[in-house]
Design a protein around this ligand. Structure first.
Ligand code: HEC
Length: 194
């Protein structure tokens, strides 16, 4: 009996050791990838919240001390409940007008609405790849390929960011809470005669 049990126990021991090593290796690999992602997300959070993407992409609401960002709508763009804003014709030195939320802007470019930057699949950056995001910021084209991105989105400044920083911003934007908010389409410049 003993002669049978001993080899079995040894074999089981070897298997257990092998399994432990694989698990440890797997754990380490996952931990390494996780740490790299966490690093990018942290850097992206620092960049987004220092540059102030939310100044235009998070709607303002009226608070006790005046307008303040509505953090329940963090980076979700112009609220669809407010809907499209009437184009305001420029007069004299008054070139542009904005919504109280600071998410819609009327000017010589027409009316632009700050986009939903949350990872919501249908109304946010859900289907955007990292490549699309970097290309959009670098070229000033929607999704990196189609129509021009209108003012006041400061892509001509953001295009100077490094690939690593843009990747970090993208990683962070993927990590925030998805919010379903269908931002209205941009409108062409107002046809006005006065
Ligand atoms: C001064 C206001 C403002 C700031 C600050 C701002 N944006 Fe925007 N952003 C806009 C507006 C307005 C649009 C919509 C433009 C349009 O429809 O053409 C936009 C659109 C976008 C889009 C969508 C472009 C597309 O292809 O549809 C992305 C992505 C974006 N912004 C990312 C950012 C990031 C990231 C930051 C911070 C690093 C930022 N924005 C800061 C105003 C701003």
């Amino acid at each position: 009996m003993k002669t049978h049990i001993v080899p079995v126990l040894i074999a089981a021991g070897i298997l257990a050791t092998a399994a432990a090593v694989i698990t440890a290796r797997g754990g380490r690999l996952v931990a390494t990838a996780g740490a790299a992602d966490a690093g990018a997300v942290a850097r992206g959070s620092y960049l987004v919240n220092t540059i102030g993407c939310g100044d235009c992409h998070t709607p303002l609401k009226m608070g006790a001390h005046g307008p303040e960002p509505d953090m329940t709508k963090f980076l979700s763009g112009h609220p669809e409940q407010i809907g499209p804003m009437p184009a305001v014709p420029a007069r004299g030195g008054w070139l542009w007008a904005g919504a109280a939320t600071n998410t819609a802007f009327s000017g010589p470019w027409g009316v632009s609405y700050a986009a939903n930057l949350t990872p919501d699949q249908n109304t946010g950056l859900g289907i955007w790849t990292e490549e699309m995001f970097i290309k959009a910021i670098r070229t000033g084209r929607h999704m990196g390929a189609s129509r021009e991105i209108l003012p006041p989105m400061p892509w001509p400044a953001f295009r100077n960011a490094t690939d690593d920083d843009l990747r970090a911003i993208y990683a962070y934007l993927r990590s925030i809470t998805p919010i379903t908010n269908h931002v209205p389409d941009a409108q062409p410049p107002a046809q006005t005669t006065n």
